[in-house]
Write a protein that binds this ligand. Structure first.
Ligand SMILES: NC(=O)c1ccc[n+]([C@@H]2O[C@H](COP(=O)([O-])OP(=O)(O)OC[C@H]3O[C@@H](n4cnc5c(N)ncnc54)[C@H](OP(=O)(O)O)[C@@H]3O)[C@@H](O)[C@H]2O)c1
Length: 251
């Protein structure tokens, strides 16, 4: 477990933190001593989460470049620094075969899952990290490594995010570390359509015997954000309960 004081004095932005993995990440960062700035599209859950976390919140979509500028300004005005950036907000839309995909929907998947993380890294770099250093963690997915039915837009955009992570890690070293965490199936709203109808069956096929909980992912993110991972950059940390190796598992 990361030390309870690992992020004392640090400030973190976490996008999409009104519920699910983002909220658990924000809770983990606060437990490690950080102050947080959280986002989400629906205002009430964002402000509720920010209040419970003792931080600040901003409602808006990461697909809107103006929102990302405002978010950076909020963190700097409120706390004067941005040490940690967790690009967590994402969309799994449009679902379905790519031949049916509406180009605008495809574009939105890339705007939310790839462009927004890059824009925010640029803002954080210019506002603080370029001069003072920092740590970026992008939330990818175990599924980015292989193809699957109906998730072509999501998988392609997350594979691009994985590449972006490595590219930025090389460009921004040594001051700023850039890593990703790739979750397997986690009990959240986004993945409810996958786990709810078949949780027992899915869990039985996983080497670790259960689907993931948001806190499983949060612990990995907090570690990567902290100095405990000071020699780690450009890495994708797979936190998937053994999903990738399940073919060798005999329940
Ligand atoms: N759950 C899984 O099995 C799983 C597996 C692999 C990877 N992941 C990744 O984990 C991350 C978190 O997903 P989750 O499962 O925790 O999803 P979730 O429970 O649906 O939570 C998503 C969060 O992001 C916010 N959000 C969604 N779209 C946004 C946008 N355009 N701009 C700003 N905020 C937005 C949501 O609030 P609003 O709806 O109010 O905006 C919410 O706070 C994503 O990057 C996802 O791809 C999840």
């Amino acid at each position: 477990m990361t030390s309870p004081h690992a992020l004392e004095g640090r400030v973190a932005i976490v996008t999409g933190a009104s519920r699910g993995i983002g909220l658990a990440v924000a809770e983990g960062l606060v437990a490690a001593g950080a102050r947080v700035c959280v986002t989400g599209r629906d205002a009430d859950p964002v402000h509720g989460a920010a209040a419970r976390l003792g931080g600040v919140g901003l409602a808006g979509t990461v697909a809107d470049p103006a929102h990302l500028r405002e978010l950076t300004a909020l963190a700097m005005d409120e706390y004067g620094r941005i040490d940690v950036l967790v690009n967590n907000a994402a969309t799994n839309q449009p679902l379905g075969p790519l031949m049916d995909a509406d180009p605008d929907g495809w574009g939105t998947a890339f705007a939310v899952n790839v462009e927004a993380p890059l824009r925010l890294v640029q803002h954080a770099w210019r506002a603080w990290m370029g001069e003072h250093g920092g740590s970026v963690v992008n939330i990818c997915t175990e599924g980015a490594a292989h193809v699957g039915p109906n998730v072509g837009a999501y998988g392609t955009s997350k594979a691009a995010l994985l590449h972006l992570t490595q590219q930025l890690a090389g460009e921004l070293a040594p001051g700023v570390r850039v890593n990703s965490v790739s979750p397997g199936l986690v009990r959240t709203e986004m993945a409810r359509f996958v786990w709810e109808p078949a949780e027992d069956e899915i869990a039985a096929g996983l080497p670790m015997g259960r689907i993931g909980e948001p806190a499983d992912i949060a612990r990995a993110v907090v570690w990567l954000a902290s100095d405990a991972a000071e020699w780690v950059t450009g890495t994708d940390l797979l936190v998937d309960g053994g999903t990738r190796v399940r073919a060798a598992h005999t329940p």
